[in-house]
Each structure stands twice: as structure tokens, then as C-alpha cells.
Write a protein of this length. Structure first.
Length: 258
């Protein structure tokens, strides 16, 4: 397993500077986000020459693995869908194997099945685009979203029916939303492309540093090892100043993964 630092949490740096900071903080690689910490698209990501410059920056720092994330409700507006689909093009130029997406935010005043159908339809469109670019999609489910549990995520994969669609397994979300989180990870095993890691307090969707919260993180890492997962673990924190805590978090997870 490799540890990934996330550029989304470091908007004070340019993308190349974020690569330097992440690698200096003890990570193996980077998750390159389309967005800043407030989920606003960063113009630099879509600028001409960005992919070539980032490839050079990662090669210079001996980045061992990377991914691209585009966390946005791509069903909400045509503009949002265009942002995510354009991110696929840039990811392909970067040479990424997959792009992390997260489906639709659930709107309580709208019929659930209609929201589900729209999400499946739009995900199929993205999967087709990704396939033409040689990419996979890694869907992450979240509390409060149309997909908010492992059973629903597995149902979505079946209905999308595309071999290039898998899972970004956020272990904190699994802890919050699945009755048996470790069993859920086992059920997801064939589809997991990447993971997000953090700790969580029981019943509270709040991403915590690993030494806080109620999760038995050694058990989760052991489960990932048991299923043969050898990909990236992206450190997923929002409430902290990422630059202040990420090195200690990297050291913590480094000890767990060995």
C-alpha cells in the first residue's frame, strides 16, 4: 500500500509546490484534485500545459503513484457534468489510471428513484467517456448522497454495467454507514481502486486525524491487506490545517501498513 497526500487540502500552494510539500511530508504519492478545499474548480488544473508540467514535477520527486479526484455532483447541472468530463481529459493527459468521483447529493424534496436514475444515466455517460480515454472511474459513496452505503454502491456498479467503474473506498464512510464495515470492505474487494483514510467518531461525519475517533484503524488496514489491496491510501482531512498535521498522519499510517 502507498500513502497519498491530497492537493485539494493545500490550496495555498501551486500544484507543483503541493507535490514537493506532500513528498517532503513522508508520502509515497499524490492525489491531484480538480478542486480547492471549498470544492471550487482550480483554473490551473485545466490550463494548457498543466499535465506535462505535473508529470515533470512528479518525476522530479520520484512520486511512486498518483490519482486524480473530481468530487462534484455531476448530475446537478450541465456545467458540473462538463467540469467532471473535462477533468477526465486532463487525467488521461496526466497518465492517471483512474479518476475518483462521488455521484449525486441526495435532495430530500425530490423522488429518490428519479435521483437514482439520473445518477446512473450520467455515470454511464462518464464511464463511456472514461473508457474512450483509457481510464477507470472510482466511485466514492458518502453520507447524505444518493449512494450512501456499500450495498447501494454495489447495486450502482451493477446497473452502470461498465467494467471500467470501480470504488474509492473511504474507510471512515464505511465505518459510519455499513452495519459490518469490515465485511463491507470484503464485499467491495474486487472493485476497490483506491482508499481514503482518516478516523471518525461513531455516528458523526467528521474526518479526524488517525489518533482521534472510534475506529480501530489497525483492523481496517489489516482487512485491506487481507483482501490483497496494494493501491493508494489518500489522507482525507478537512477540519484541520492539512499542512500542519499531514506529516504526523503519514508517519502514523506508515507504521500501520509497515
Amino acid at each position: 500500500m502507498l500513502l497519498f497526500g491530497r492537493t485539494q487540502m493545500l490550496p495555498q500552494y501551486s500544484y507543483a509546490e503541493a507535490v514537493d510539500f506532500i513528498m517532503d511530508s513522508g508520502f509515497d504519492g499524490v492525489e491531484i484534485s480538480v478542486f480547492d478545499k471549498q470544492f471550487r474548480p482550480r483554473e490551473a488544473f485545466f490550463a494548457p500545459g498543466f499535465a506535462a508540467a505535473m508529470r515533470d514535477a512528479m518525476a522530479r520527486r520520484n512520486v511512486r503513484g498518483f490519482s486524480v479526484s473530481a468530487h462534484m455532483d455531476y448530475t446537478e447541472t450541465p456545467e458540473a457534468f462538463a467540469t467532471v468530463s473535462n477533468a477526465l481529459r486532463v487525467a488521461a493527459e496526466l497518465g492517471s489510471g483512474y479518476v475518483i468521483i462521488n455521484g449525486a447529493i441526495r435532495r430530500e424534496k425530490e423522488e429518490y428513484e428519479a435521483q437514482w436514475d439520473a445518477m446512473i444515466r450520467k455515470t454511464k455517460e462518464l464511464a463511456h467517456m472514461a473508457g474512450e480515454l483509457g481510464l477507470k472511474l472510482a466511485i466514492e459513496y458518502e453520507p447524505g448522497f444518493v449512494i450512501d452505503s456499500t450495498p447501494l454502491l454495489l447495486r450502482a456498479l451493477q446497473e452502470v454495467g461498465a467494467s471500467n467503474v470501480g470504488i474509492n473506498c473511504d474507510i471512515g464512510h464505511v465505518f459510519l454507514c455499513d452495519a459490518d464495515p469490515l465485511a463491507a470492505i470484503g464485499q467491495s474487494a474486487p472493485y476497490i481502486l483506491q482508499c481514503h483514510v482518516e478516523n471518525m467518531a461513531r455516528g458523526v461525519h467528521d474526518h479526524l486525524v488517525p489518533w482521534e475517533g472510534d475506529m480501530d484503524l489497525p483492523a481496517y488496514i489489516a482487512k485491506l491487506r487481507e483482501i490483497g489491496f496494494a493501491g493508494g491510501l489518500g489522507l482525507d482531512l478537512y477540519k484541520y490545517e492539512y499542512a500542519d498535521v499531514c506529516a504526523r498522519c503519514a508517519a502514523y499510517f506508515r507504521e500501520l501498513i509497515g
